[in-house]
Design a protein around this ligand. Sequence first.
Ligand code: 5RP
Length: 228
Amino acid sequence: MSQTAPTQDELKTLVAQAALAYVVPGEYLGVGTGSTVNKFIDALAHSGIAIKGAVSSSLASTERMQSLGIPVVDLAMVERMSVYIDGADEIDPKGHMVKGGGAALTREKIVAAQADRFICIADASKNVAVLGAFPLPVEVIPMAVPEIARRFKAMGAQAVLRAVNGQTLVTDNGQHLLDVKGLRISDALSFENAVSQWPGVVTVGVFAHQRAQVCLLGTPQGVQTLVY
Ligand code: 5RP
């Protein structure tokens, strides 16, 4: 009997299910954004695990959780969470990530910063030696977009304003997003520090300060648990 390799979608389902083991019943839980997280939200809703409330990183995740009966609370009500669960566009051997493919990087970083542990859920394609092949999302105040694009150009990279259906994307925070190609981010901490200082940058999609402590990686052989 021939066996076909699992699809990326099936690997996302696998890690979403595995992440349930990290949910602490009766506590607040930080919840990220994206297609992998959507599968986690679905799994949580059907798991019977009762949490005190979820702190959401986007309007999209809030809507999905509320529609499935998961209580969502405002971050202002919560001082610390023990766990934040989210996907990534890339993750390197130190647990540093590129995030923001789903345009939710700013709220993701804010919520992750109030959690003791970031549990990253990702299919194997996201595991990279060096960050930068995935275009780096950077949320920017609209008036600063041209200057931020020039700064990336001076580094040899190309920043493109993200649009959806021909319309400039506006984030949940009312800002714009640049996707930056041509970077090779070997020192993620220094890069995050530097770009975060540029006037007009709201959030850079490098998550080095808010790195993952654990990555549940979906591989054709099953879920691999990477601890950083
Ligand atoms: C959203 C994110 C996502 O976690 C990231 O884009 C991965 O998404 P997906 O699970 O759909 O592959 O950072 O802003």
